[in-house]
Design a protein around this ligand. Structure first.
Ligand SMILES: Cc1ncc(COP(=O)(O)O)c(C=O)c1O
Length: 435
């Protein structure tokens, strides 16, 4: 379909400059600290920028130690491995630390959250999502412990910068003697009221991770951090991330190492970005509020958050189409088909319309239990086993909140450089999809 010629979109001009989902926003200070690294020749994995960003982030988030790493994925891997060692001891040769063990994982997240479970040879069991924050459902988690009571590790993410129900999840973890790896890659700067006290995401697990990937709320172009109050864990992660060298004059190795340390040049970019974290959050929040207001007359809702217990960083604004306003849409593994129906629309139609006008949206992250690579893994909903719940001879199917949000939802252009005027046009395009 040619949206630019479709009469529904009459009078709307294609954006000359692309409106992005979430692109890096540089301020100038980044260049100064990168230049500083180059001029002083501290361009490798040691230097003032690394020291400074570790200190600044630890102070901002409220942890004792932040360890700069090459990516959020690296942080998640080492966090998961630390948890595995703590629970089950050092891995045997040819085996990860989680071999033979299940790990309860957020289902609606980016796969980097949970791939480290596989790196460590564990078996990810996916926990369904709740509708209130689009994060791990505490009820489904409780169900999972009923089914697999010997599980001792949970990997939990905060989707799109919205904190999940961490008070409930932590209480369940405590009751079952389980540890938590917290993936705060998307939620740096988001706050959560834990037992009456406001804290930052990135402090809510036993092992906590953030990301400075190019699309995140602040970026180093790449990079991530492991956050902890444990000096011992911070030292271990630092050692593992620099190839696990023992104290010997030669390269001496008694455990497996990784090349995961942050570069001082990347740290320079992050150092330039940190002073703008709160500004970025305010811009993202304004974008969310404008969508909420601009879309309120449509049969849609925004990605929800708990206004009493959390302050998201509003990294991505998303919308969910009401069931009765969904036009037919089917998705294969790599392609899709939809029908335009008056008064209704579908995520794929809206995404196609945005693309035609040079704006970038994205489908909701496809849940992990639906990913081909993880389709053979258990998936637990509030009802128990989330797979095989229909019956050829009995009406009805089981609940699958993640699949439903994936089907009806989409991520909207959320770039903090998008002007209110540009956003008005995005809102207009969405409206026209429902004509
Ligand atoms: C939820 C989540 N976890 C982990 C990551 C991985 O972070 P990185 O790209 O820094 O490796 C990302 C994003 O990239 C993410 O969105």
């Amino acid at each position: 379909m040619d949206f630019l010629k479709d009469p529904r979109f009459e009078g709307i001009q294609k954006f000359e400059k692309k409106v992005w989902l979430s692109s890096p926003t540089m301020h100038g200070d980044e260049q100064r600290w990168v230049d500083d690294a180059i001029e002083t020749n501290w361009v490798s994995t040691v230097g003032a920028n690394i020291n400074e960003v570790e200190k600044l982030i630890a102070d901002y988030v409220g942890v004792k130690y932040a360890v700069g790493l090459s990516a959020g994925t690296a942080a998640l891997h080492l966090a998961t491995k630390l948890a595995g060692e703590k629970l089950y001891g050092q891995a045997r040769p040819n085996a990860g630390t989680l071999q033979g063990h299940r790990v309860f994982c957020s289902d609606c997240t980016f796969d980097a959250s949970i791939n480290p479970v596989s790196y460590e040879d564990g078996e990810a069991v996916f926990i369904d999502t709740e509708y209130d924050t689009w994060n791990m459902s505490p009820q489904a988690l409780e169900k999972a412990f009923e089914m697999y009571p010997d599980t001792r590790l949970i990997v939990v993410a905060h989707l799109y910068g919205t904190p999940g129900k961490m008070e409930e999840i932590k209480a369940i973890a405590d009751r079952h003697g389980a540890l938590i790896v917290e993936d705060a890659a998307e939620s740096l700067g988001a706050k959560y009221k834990l037992n009456g006290q406001w804290v930052e995401t990135g402090t809510l697990g036993n092992y906590n991770c953030i990301s400075f990937n190019g699309n995140k709320i602040i970026t180093g172009s790449a990079g991530g951090m492991f956050l902890t109050d444990s000096g011992e864990d911070a030292d271990k992660v630092r050692k593992w991330s620099t190839q696990s060298r023992e104290a010997a004059p030669w390269y001496q190795h008694e455990e497996i190492g990784y090349n995961y340390r942050m570069s001082n040049i990347i740290a320079g970019v992050i150092r330039g970005q940190i002073p703008y974290l709160d500004e970025h959050i305010a811009q993202k929040r304004a974008i969310y509020e404008r969508y909420k207001e601009g879309l309120k007359d449509l049969p849609v809702s925004m990605n929800p958050w708990d206004e009493e217990k959390s302050q998201p960083n509003f990294w991505l604004s998303c919308m969910l189409i009401d069931e009765d306003a969904m036009a037919p849409q089917v998705r294969g593994e790599r392609d899709y088909l939809y029908q335009s129906v008056p008064g209704k629309s579908s995520p794929q139609e809206i995404l196609d319309a945005l693309t035609a006008f040079h704006a970038e949206g994205r489908p909701i992250w496809k849940p992990m239990h639906m990913q081909p690579i993880y389709q053979s893994h258990a998936f637990i909903t509030v009802e128990g086993n989330g797979r095989g719940r229909s019956n050829a001879y009995i009406a009805g199917t089981g609940t699958d909140v993640g699949a439903d949000i994936f089907r009806r939802g989409l991520c909207l252009p959320s770039d903090n450089k998008m002007t209110p005027e540009e956003q008005e046009i995005v809102i207009k395009i969405i409206h026209r999809c429902f004509i």
